[in-house]
Ligand binder design. Structure first.
Ligand code: ADP
Length: 200
């Protein structure tokens, strides 16, 4: 049985995060929780990899597409497709966005890594994400403007939704050898059962 502190999750700083020069600020927010960085890659990724990565199902297309059709109607724009097709368009737009410039891919490790990263990142739509989260504090995009302009929401980050998603996503982007197993000195205060050796 792996120990809970060995949980891993996958994060991408999207092209808007790199272009806004927010790489350092974003890494700082994850790093200061005590999570450990075990893998990093920077560059322009292949489109095909993003199609593997964003393997959404029909329920997701329908839910997202219905919202887009509503947003278009609210903006006085014509609704010309079935909602599910608008949902599928998101992935096409997203792949275009994700390959428009370099991104930073990371693997973070620690107790509840996936949930902690989700919490710090914030909800998908930056305009309504909580204050204090990366998406809530550092950008302004919304579903409404994305629907008007037929594009993906630019929300700085991708992060795995849960451990199972992380287990599927990490091997798409990293081999085992590209991740590093090591100890951080600070991990002792987070995880050691007996905190011997602190007092002199
Ligand atoms: P998250 O990235 O928070 O896990 P989803 O998995 O629901 O969110 O969506 C994946 C990505 O697709 C989002 O991060 C965003 O860039 C884009 N996206 C999601 N919903 C919409 C939408 N209604 N319109 C445009 N882009 C969207």
């Amino acid at each position: 049985m792996p120990h809970p502190k060995d949980e891993r999750t996958f994060v991408i700083i999207k092209p808007d995060g790199v272009q806004r020069a927010l790489v350092g600020e974003i890494i700082k927010r994850y790093e200061r929780t005590g999570l450990k960085l075990v893998g990093v890659k920077f560059g322009v990724a292949e489109e095909k990899k993003f199609w593997d990565h964003y393997n959404k199902d029909d329920a997701w297309f329908l839910k997202k597409g219905t919202k887009i059709a509503e947003d278009k109607k609210a903006a006085g724009l014509p609704v010309e497709k079935e909602p599910i097709e608008y949902g599928k368009d998101i992935i096409r737009q997203l792949v275009k966005f994700m390959t428009s410039g370099p991104v930073l891919m990371m693997v973070w490790e620690g107790n509840q890594a996936a949930a902690v990263v989700r919490k710090i990142t914030g909800d998908t739509e930056p305009a309504t994400s909580d204050v204090g989260t990366i998406r809530g504090d550092l950008t302004v995009d919304s579903y409404g403007i994305a629907a008007v302009d037929d594009r993906a929401v630019r929300n700085l980050i991708h992060c795995s939704e849960n451990v199972d998603e992380a287990k599927r996503e990490i091997p798409i982007w990293f081999t085992d050898k590209e991740m590093t197993e090591y100890r951080l000195v600070g991990e002792q205060i987070l995880y050691d059962v007996n905190l011997d050796g602190i007092l002199e």
